[in-house]
Design a protein. Structure first.
Length: 376
């Protein structure tokens, strides 16, 4: 401590004090702190009245050169004279043009009075280089989609990444349930990207740990402030290995031109999917899926012929024969799945229109069938 005092006094040429007006609970520096490359950065601190303040760009103040000295309102030091560094009255250090060389440990040495103990603050400074990604990218979703729906075999692996970011962004997979997000086993790795960036990847194959048919996996990024716009992406996965043919269908008839309403009886869902299989098709195709995100239902509808009620009910306006088929509703709260199935048949009425021709002895009856599906 005596050596630090000697070092500090040697740097304090003028003998003044300054009251920076800091509150007692705001005194000092937090660590780590983040600054963006290529911009002005501030190592934020707040000190009480001090006799002298020295900043070093190293944890070893005995074997490194002081960057900046402040005594009263007088500033000096090689970093200040070169224009690279400056200081606010409260002691915060300004880095005018942040570069990779500024990443490391900075040390502030303070004497509040000529006879007080030396106070040392150590701050780890981490350089942020913003990534081009707005959010974690789920490879199975592609592009910049935050939410997608996929039908995958039960033991498939799904991956999520943040490419070319600094610092490396920790990623994790979670399964969302109505009682909160639950951890799943996954593997995480960081590789060197385009210098000076890093690429983070997390992979899991534990898709149906808590439910058997439908699961909502969340890729979460533990990123520093300002690095990403959105810190999580989601993928709704249906188990492609699960046989759903055993579900009993409810026969539903609707008149052509009317509105078809398919209700869901389950209200305890966190996410769901509506699917259809047309009469000549062998597999179901997705109509829409919906997920509750931050308390709001976000739906993604493949065809604008369909409408969705907030409670999951499906509407089809102006029904035609092309809307016939088997409709399937699958929902989950993350722990339990619900399945419903409807066989939809469209019917139409025929009209008999008598046409009387002038000069004829008898009336001729012409029959027009407005719609004919299976014959009469």
């Amino acid at each position: 401590m005596n050596a630090e005092r000697t070092l500090l006094l040697a740097g304090c040429i003028l003998f003044m004090s300054i009251d920076v007006g800091a509150k007692a609970d705001d005194i000092g520096c937090t660590s780590p702190q983040y600054v963006s490359i290529g911009s002005e950065g501030v190592i934020t601190c707040s000190f009480r009245s001090f006799y002298c303040l020295l900043w070093y760009s190293s944890p070893d103040v005995f074997h490194s050169e002081v960057v900046l000295t402040m005594v009263g309102s007088v500033k000096s030091g090689p970093g200040y004279l070169s224009g690279e560094f400056d200081i606010y009255p409260n002691g915060s250090l300004i880095i005018y043009n942040v570069s990779l060389e500024d990443e490391g440990t900075f040390t502030a040495i303070i004497l509040e009075t000529p006879t007080s103990d030396v106070i040392r603050y150590v701050v780890d400074v981490i350089i942020i280089a913003p990534t081009l990604s707005r959010l974690p990218l789920i490879l199975e979703c592609g592009n910049e989609s935050r939410i997608c729906f996929r039908i995958l075999p039960a033991h498939s692996a799904v991956s999520c990444k943040i490419q070319d970011a600094r610092p490396a962004v920790p990623l994790s997979w979670m399964i969302r349930t109505n009682s909160g997000d639950r951890n799943v086993s996954s593997s995480f790795s960081v590789t060197n990207g385009t210098y000076p960036f890093y690429t983070s990847v997390v992979t899991t194959s534990a898709l149906f740990t808590y439910s058997s048919i439908l699961a909502l996996l969340v890729c979460k990024a533990d990123s520093v402030s300002g690095l990403l716009e959105i810190n999580e992406s989601l993928i709704l996965i249906q188990n492609g290995d699960e046989a759903l043919s055993s579900v009993a269908s409810m026969m539903t008839y609707v008149e052509r031109g009317r509105t078809l309403v398919l209700n869901c009886t389950d209200r305890n869902f966190s996410y769901f999917s509506w699917q259809v299989k047309k009469p000549l098709e062998t597999i179901f195709s997705n109509i829409l899926f919906a997920v509750f995100v931050e308390g709001n239902l976000q739906s993604h509808i493949e065809d604008h012929d369909y409408r969705l009620h907030s409670e999951g009910t499906l509407f089809i306006d102006d029904v035609s024969v092309g809307n016939e088929g088997t409709y399937r509703f699958i929902s989950s709260n993350g722990m339990e799945d619900v399945r419903l199935q409807y066989d939809v048949t469209v019917f139409g009425y025929c009209q008999i229109i008598p046409l009387q021709r002038s000069m004829d002895v008898r009336v001729k009856i012409t029959v027009f069938w407005r719609w004919n599906r299976r014959g009469i």
